[in-house]
Design a protein around this ligand. Structure first.
Ligand SMILES: Cc1ncc(COP(=O)(O)O)c(C=O)c1O
Length: 811
């Protein structure tokens, strides 16, 4: 076989790319990619095309194809994120694969992609559960392994026993299963028969059989399918005896089949997913020749890339035959007679051959060898780390513009991924495993909420109204209204899948800790009764309780609790917010409060004040909209925990009636004889919640580090985290047993916040790479620094912690 020839402009261009990025590299032609999509659409105008990222997941390649109008077919988290980054909308993404992970499914459901292509019946229940957590209906398609086969595919995927799809004989059972699962919707059928098909007749036979199977099934469904994905498998010629598909002919044979199907099933579209056909001919592989030698009568050119970066050209997995190749000499060359040359890679195996017995004039060191038809199943399908040579660079050519689309990773970064790290197995000493209530089975059931919390946490940074996304989820609704008395609660936990009938305080704290791992800011943004709900229950009369809680029968209600003051922090008994009583008995409320969470969007809440004449503590229930003329609310700029939506509140002579005063004797309720004790009781219940928020967020940071394989040096922090969690469990146990220990609670809150502070400092110092590359990690670190806001200044904890210290000193 002789080499192909490139024109002089093309060889000059390849030379300049080689000089700039080094060899080996791949170069893709953007215009060829666009032309291919346009030709497919012209041949089959009534078909939805999906690009199978497995063929070439390079972000720039996917970007060109997405802009040209293809959807995306993905199989992994990285492929999914690549498709999104390339601009694919979720409603144009299919996820296919026989072994999808929980993480992949979770992400797909949270995005609400066009369809998850289900490959076994058991997968349906998993997706239904995740969709229930998201509070949405997820579309699924059933991948069928049919009873028929297609003859002309080089690699058959179906029609025989494989790991793919659901047997045709089980299809009715799968459909029935989807119908019983309330959060799933059957949107499509998917059949992928095989790949590398080069005969138009085979494509026609494949399409006809798949559509016939769909038509057999559809009369039994309660609704028409959105789409039938007939697979594809369009091939490209690699070897001398292979012919390109003729797209005109493909259109001519497929159109009547598809048009016939569409005329009978107008609501069901036909989809085709293609990898190789969209990219292979738009890509060229280029390696440099390092050494030439003649040994035992045969000529070899040893290149700097071989089967390690282009395994297909080396025939890995099947018999090796030559792809089309051409040679770019390194400078002018005298005419010479052609000889047979074999091109190898640099590996340690005689199998490392990328072109054999090519008849060309003798190559020289520094020449380039180009392998054509290489845009699909190139670097991502090759063992790039074999012998440590690493992945090649990838370049996009668009007209005259050349772009490095993927850098060649250096050896330093590849070596860095092998920095050993301890896998924390044994929490010897203080912390073996988290104690009850932190091992409650309901906690693991929250995991499906992670994507929702992560996404909403991000949105809350700029949009305080993003809490509505959280409220839209039924599980989150029920978690939000924990603390609302049963009579008033339209969203009880018993109606969720969490398996919780009633929620004692300790379990509530454990739920908060678990959710804070996902995003603490979201918890603060939830429109629930928060701190003031507890105080209303402790000190309100029945009318006040009704006024405060009744809205929770039907919807969300933002609340606030205004305590902290600019000068005295949360030690508000010394604050300057006062209720003045005039001679005629009328009352007004005036003063300034700081760090009031959520008041800008609250309907009702409490202000902590003193009665001017007696100096006694008072809790005043106000509805900001009702007293809007007398108050001003200003959102405070914050950096971290944005969901808290901290505000400054100024009150000028707000008219106060008896029914606004909690525990006012004249309103018939219990007396607020000791307002300070009441509020301290509320705070006391809240302190473990703050500790749980800080610990959960710290654990979220440790989880991110683990994900980035950067938690090597943080095993001690894992241990300390578990120890603090166990201490929190003990405090909660004391609380549940009627032995609340204020000093322990304050101390613990203090420690949890200090721990999360320390963790942030250590991440900045010891894992700056993870910090720089992971925006979610950075947000969690900002949140960690914001905990000190909670409950204002810390003099109350210092006082309580001092009590703890005194209590420990032996008499
Ligand atoms: C389910 C599925 N879809 C699409 C493809 C892409 O195939 P091709 O690159 O031949 O178009 C494959 C290849 O294995 C596949 O298994």
């Amino acid at each position: 076989m002789a080499g192909f020839s490139l024109n002089s402009a093309e060889t000059a261009r390849l030379r300049s790319v080689a000089d700039r990025v080094g060899t080996p590299f791949y170069v893709y032609d953007a215009q060829a990619l666009r032309d291919r999509v346009a030709a497919l659409k012209a041949a089959l105008p009534d078909v939805d095309f999906f690009y199978s990222l497995k063929a070439n997941p390079n972000l720039s390649v996917v970007g060109v194809l997405t802009s040209a109008g293809t959807g995306a077919e993905v199989s992994s988290r990285l492929e999914l994120e690549t498709a999104l980054a390339a601009g694919a909308r979720p409603e144009r993404i299919l996820m296919v694969g026989p072994g999808k992970s929980a993480d992949e499914l979770e992400r797909a459901v949270s995005l609400g992609i066009k369809a998850i292509v289900v490959e076994s019946i058991e997968e349906l229940a998993d997706i239904d559960r995740l969709a229930a957590f998201e509070g949405r209906i997820q579309s699924v398609a059933l991948r069928v392994n049919p009873d028929f086969q297609v003859s002309g595919a080089r690699l058959a995927m179906s029609g025989r026993a494989t790991q793919f799809g659901i047997d045709q004989s089980d299809l009715q059972r799968a459909v029935a299963c989807v119908e019983t699962l309330p959060h799933l919707r059957l949107a499509g059928l998917h059949i992928y028969m095989g790949t590398r098909i080069l005969s138009e007749e085979t494509l026609e036979q494949n399409t006809r059989q798949v559509l016939a199977l769909a038509e057999e099934l559809m009369p039994n469904l309660s609704w028409p399918l959105d789409f039938v994905d007939v697979g594809g498998g369009f091939g490209v010629p690699y070897y001398e005896d292979e012919q390109s598909l003729d797209l005109d002919k493909v259109g001519a044979v497929l159109r009547p089949v598809i048009d016939g199907f569409r005329s009978r099933n107008s609501q069901t579209r036909v989809a085709i997913e293609l990898g190789r056909y969209m990219v292979a001919e738009a890509g060229l592989f280029v390696a440099g020749i390092r050494r030439v030698k003649t040994t035992k009568g045969e000529n070899f050119a040893v290149c700097d890339g071989g089967s390690n970066v282009h395994s297909a050209a080396a025939g890995q997995g099947f018999m090796r035959r030559n792809f089309p190749v051409s040679l770019v000499p390194n400078g002018p060359r005298d005419a010479a007679t052609a000889e047979k040359w074999t091109f190898t890679g640099p590996l340690c195996t005689p199998m490392d051959v990328i072109a054999s017995a090519i008849e060309i004039p003798a190559p020289q060191e520094g020449d380039l060898i180009c392998i054509h038809q290489s845009g699909g199943y190139g670097p991502s399908a090759s063992p790039v780390d074999f012998l440590g040579f690493g992945a090649p660079a990838e370049v996009m050519a668009d007209g005259d513009t050349l772009t490095v689309a993927k850098e060649r990773p250096d050896w330093q970064s590849r070596l860095a991924t092998q920095t050993p790290r301890a896998i924390p197995m044994d929490m010897t000493g203080i912390a073996a495993a988290p104690a009850a209530p932190f091992d409650h089975p309901a906690l693991d059931r929250l995991s499906g909420l992670r994507p929702l919390f992560e996404m909403t946490g991000n949105r809350l940074e700029t949009d305080p109204g993003a809490w509505a996304d959280l409220w839209a989820n039924p599980t989150v609704r029920a978690l939000t209204t924990i603390g609302v008395p049963d009579d008033y609660n339209g969203f009880p936990l018993s109606q969720t899948d969490l398996g919780i009938e009633d929620c004692p305080h300790a379990l509530h704290v454990a739920l908060v800790e678990r959710l804070a791992r996902f995003d603490p800011s979201c918890i603060l943004a939830l429109p629930g009764p928060s701190l003031s709900g507890g105080a209303v229950l402790a000190a309100g009369n029945p009318a006040q309780i009704e006024r405060f809680f009744a809205p929770y029968r039907t919807g969300p209600q933002g609340t606030f609790f205004a305590v902290t003051e600019p000068d005295v922090g949360s030690d508000a008994s010394n604050g300057s917010t006062v209720v003045r009583e005039a001679a005629d008995g009328s009352m007004t409320l005036s003063g300034t409060k700081m760090l009031v969470g959520g008041i800008a969007r609250a309907r009702i809440g409490l202000v902590f004040a003193r009665m001017e004449t007696t100096g006694r503590a008072a809790l005043v229930m106000i509805e900001p909209q009702e007293v809007a003329d007398y108050i001003s609310i200003e959102r405070l700029p914050t950096n971290g925990l944005c969901g808290a939506d901290l505000c400054r509140l100024e009150m000028h002579d707000v008219p106060v009636t008896n029914d606004m005063l909690l525990g006012a004797a004249s309103s018939g309720g219990g007396s607020l004889r000791d307002g300070f004790m009441a509020i301290n009781g509320v705070f006391e219940r809240y302190r473990p919640v703050v500790a749980a928020l800080a610990l959960g967020n710290a654990r979220g940071i440790l989880d991110r580090l683990e994900k980035a394989s950067a938690c090597g040096g943080f095993a001690d922090m894992q241990t300390r985290y578990t120890a603090l969690l166990n201490r929190l469990a003990r405090v909660l146990e004391d609380y549940a047993n009627g032995r609340p220990r204020s000093h322990r609670i304050s101390e613990l809150k203090f420690q949890a916040i200090a721990f999360s502070d320390e963790l942030v400092m250590r991440v900045a110092a010891e894992a700056p790479g993870a910090m720089l590359s992971d925006t979610l990690l950075r947000r969690k670190m900002r949140d960690a620094k914001a905990f000190e806001y909670m409950e204002g200044t810390s003099n109350i904890h210092l006082l309580n912690a001092f009590r703890a210290y005194v209590a420990e000193v032996p008499a």
